[in-house]
Design a protein around this ligand. Sequence first.
Ligand code: PMP
Length: 419
Amino acid sequence: MLKFDRQHIWHPYTSPTNPLPVYPVASADGVRLRLTDGRELIDGMASWWCAIHGYNHPRLNAALQEQAAKMSHVMFGGLTHEPAVKLAHTLIDITPTNLQKVFFCDSGSVAVEVAMKMALQYRAAQGSEARTFLTIHGGYHGDTLGAMSVCDPVTGMHQIFGNALPSQFFARRPTCRNDAEWRDNDIADFRRQLETHQHEIAAVIMEPIVQGAGGMHFYAPEFLRQVRKLCDEYGLLLILDEIATGFGRTGTMFACEHADIVPDIMCLGKAITGGYMSFAATLTTEAVSELIGSNGGIFMHGPTFMANPLACAVASASLELLLEMDIPNNIGRIAKGLKRGLADCRELPTVSDVRVFGAIGVVEMREAVDLAVIQKMFVERGVWIRPFGRLIYVMPPYIICDNDLNVITSQMVEVISAL
Ligand code: PMP
């Protein structure tokens, strides 16, 4: 199996001819991945932020099976169904009240493309020529061309794809941490960019409070409040990409709640189906949808698998589970465990920073780690952690117990000490 995989199957972010090693997994249950050789790994990644309720969850399995017995898929052009309507109801209930319109799509990157297209069509309907997005450095929004164009130009993929990407405006990344005192000049560059380019800007797009794959930065909620204020002053739409942060990860249902602000367009993905399948949604306001729809306007996007009933059904079941959970309490418990467990990393000479926010724990190294080497060390110690660059980070399923969390953090301390 491994030989065929290596010869024929591409894996993410690795060489197609000399790929990094992969580990064959046979099954997964709760917070454990079971490899084909019988070894069990405690999962620190929730499969890239998604599997918030753990694997093989009986209620998610049941939702999927019940829906499969009715219909797995029908096209969404000209048809609708209860799973989509039910899920849209819940999403409208749990997101900020101004967001009343739901566009279902296939993946996070597509949700971002959809958000950008909504903003472009909105601006066009306003009679504006503005076609460029303003964002901040350090962001990550996905791997499609539009989404890549607003990823950080240095840590992102701009060097490889160059001018195939639309060129966007980038303001300085906030330097105030989420827990630090606010400094007014943190917003100065963003304000300057807005002043200078206001007539060219289609919308502002950013991740709220946590910048994920662009560097795992946590920034001050005040920055987001200031961004919202400036967008209002200049009459610009604010797109928040909650794909990684949404559904409880930071201790509130959505990260924008830390700043007590609301976006005009919100992208959701990843944990939306509890990690069961690829699915996403882009939500917006009546005002945006009214203007796009004015003068017979139609919104030009419609994926084949839009509002896939299986995905909608499992998403509704996942949200039910989430709504039964005391989010602040449980995420607070995980945050406490991560803080306590990772504290010893601070003393290590190879470590430049340790930070925790919600159920996200990050150890930033001074140098990039050798992924193949460190991955093997973690697997040998029974934990699943997948670092990138200088970042060794975890965001476990919310159901992780204190003991398993302790195993993860103590193995991180051991492995990092041994580097
Ligand atoms: N936005 C953010 C903030 C993300 O973290 C990701 C995925 N890492 C995406 C967009 C893209 O999502 P997907 O991989 O599902 O296309």
